[in-house]
Write a protein that binds this ligand. Structure first.
Ligand code: UGA
Length: 438
């Protein structure tokens, strides 16, 4: 390696975080060896063309950096070429709410005793995991480097970080410096700290954002009772620097692979230390109830939902992703079916993933097809194309022009002018006027 060459980087686990990490480090000039146990995935990634996930800009990045980016199923290949190993395997929740660390443990077990490698933990793990790993493997060089990227803007988040958190304890300082060197060209504040604090920064950040969402959702529910508009309230609150405008969009609850899992894991972690994290317990419960509030907005106008056709617009947990993990649509579809409704749905890209999870939902190829003859529409994911629909024409195609806008995404005046009964979240509710006997 000459002085200008960047050191090779190993990435273990090529999921959302792993693939973005691998492609972005390759893009800034590191040779990258990315390993996954899933042969089919490695084969697809190596042969080019499609990616296993939908993430704007990522395919371009992978294609552009093919020369520096190698995919393999062999851990030995990673170990042979790279000293820094970024661990990006998933840590799903277990039945108890604890994080399942078996994949992380398998990566640790694959490191030869006394090896020179540095394990850089990107996977979200409970605080204390780094210390436990080092107790089980004395001498292991270990750095915590939690990831803060968001699906849908992951490439930008990685390449232009606001902050990079790097935690290391005694004996791992030089590896922490190597990690800092890898991130320095990207800008963003480097937070050099100890391992346990780095782990907590990640969990606390996600828990705080989830709290902000549940808070504004509860404010929205109160707004409905007092005739206020939560969007106005959030705007007025957000102008206070101490509060800020972000993550104050009321809706039908947060989903995805991170907030639900990480809030549970932090609650569980606190419980395991003997502390009842009361606030977080409420945040989680509020989120669960928020997904279900759509039902009462529908029954208010339709009476019983038995036999009614309800069209869900959007299924993914947020726009610009096909990720269905913990999506509010899953709970909503099941609840609607529980009420006896027939559920149709349309999502621009999540259909393939949704098909496996929603076997009894009629998946339409277009929004118009889903809405045809429907008694109600529920906007679940704020895909931009839903604002472009010809709502004036659609009012005539639905059996009842009723819409519950679960993301406050559409303009109520326009929908009402088109003949719709419009219900948002935290906005002055409409009097029940299209109610038919159940
Ligand atoms: C989240 C964090 O934002 C990232 O910083 C973190 O790295 C990531 O988890 C992770 O731990 O890996 P992500 O799950 O991709 O990222 O998505 P977000 O954009 O944060 O949205 C999460 C959910 O909250 C979505 O369902 C979204 O609709 C909902 N949300 C978000 C609201 O309901 N209201 C808001 O104001 C903002």
């Amino acid at each position: 390696m000459n002085a200008n060459e960047k050191p090779p980087i190993g990435v273990v686990g090529v999921g959302w975080v792993g693939l973005v990490t691998a492609a972005c480090f390759a893009d800034v000039g590191h040779p990258v060896v990315a390993m996954d146990i899933d042969e089919a995935k490695v084969e697809t990634l190596s042969s080019g063309g499609a990616l296993p996930i939908h993430e704007p800009g990522l395919l371009d990045l992978v294609e552009r950096n093919r020369q520096r980016l190698r995919f393999t199923t062999e851990m030995t290949e990673v170990l042979e070429h790279c000293r820094l190993l970024f661990c990006c395997v998933d840590t799903p929740p277990t039945y108890s709410g604890d994080a399942d660390l078996s994949r992380v443990e398998a990566v640790v077990a694959a490191l030869p005793e006394g090896s020179e490698h540095a394990l850089v933990m990107k996977s979200t793990v409970p605080a204390g995991t780094g210390a436990a790993i080092r107790r089980s493997r004395p001498g292991l060089v270990y750095v915590s480097c939690p990831e803060f990227l968001k699906e849908g803007t992951a490439v930008k988040d990685f390449l232009e970080p606001e902050r990079v958190v790097i935690g290391a304890d005694e004996g791992s300082e030089s590896a922490a410096e190597m990690v800092a060197d890898a991130y320095r060209p990207l800008g963003g504040e480097l937070v050099m700290t100890d391992v346990a604090s780095a782990e907590m920064i990640k969990l606390a950040s996600n828990a705080f954002l989830a709290t902000k969402i549940s808070f504004i959702n509860e404010i929205a529910n109160v707004c409905e009772g007092v005739g206020a508009d939560v969007r106005e309230v959030a705007r007025g609150m957000g102008l206070d620097d101490r509060i800020g405008p972000k993550f104050l969009q009321a809706g039908i609850g947060y989903g995805g692979s991170c907030f639900p899992k990480d809030t549970q894991a932090l609650k569980q972690l606190a419980g395991n230390t003997g502390y009842h994290f009361q606030l977080l317990t409420a945040v989680i419960e509020v989120n669960e109830l928020q997904k279900r509030r759509v039902i009462s907005k529908l029954t208010k106008h339709l009476g019983s939902l038995a036999g009614k056709r309800v069209a869900l617009l959007g299924l993914a947990f947020k726009p610009n992703t096909d990720d269905m993990r913990e999506a509010s649509s899953l709970v909503l579809a099941a609840r609607l079916q529980g009420e006896g409704a027939r559920v149709a749905a349309y999502d621009p890209i999540a259909e393939a993933r949704a098909g496996e999870l929603l076997p009894n939902v009629e998946l339409a190829d277009t929004a118009v097809e889903a809405l045809e003859g429907a008694d109600a529409a529920v906007l679940v994911t704020e895909w931009p194309e839903f604002a472009e629909l010809d709502w004036e024409e659609l009012a005539g195609r639905m059996a009842t022009p009723l819409i519950v806008d679960g993301r406050n995404f559409l303009a109520p005046e326009r929908l009402r002018a088109a003949g719709f009964t419009y219900e948002g979240i935290g906005r002055a509710p409409e009097p029940a006027r299209t109610r038919t006997p159940g």
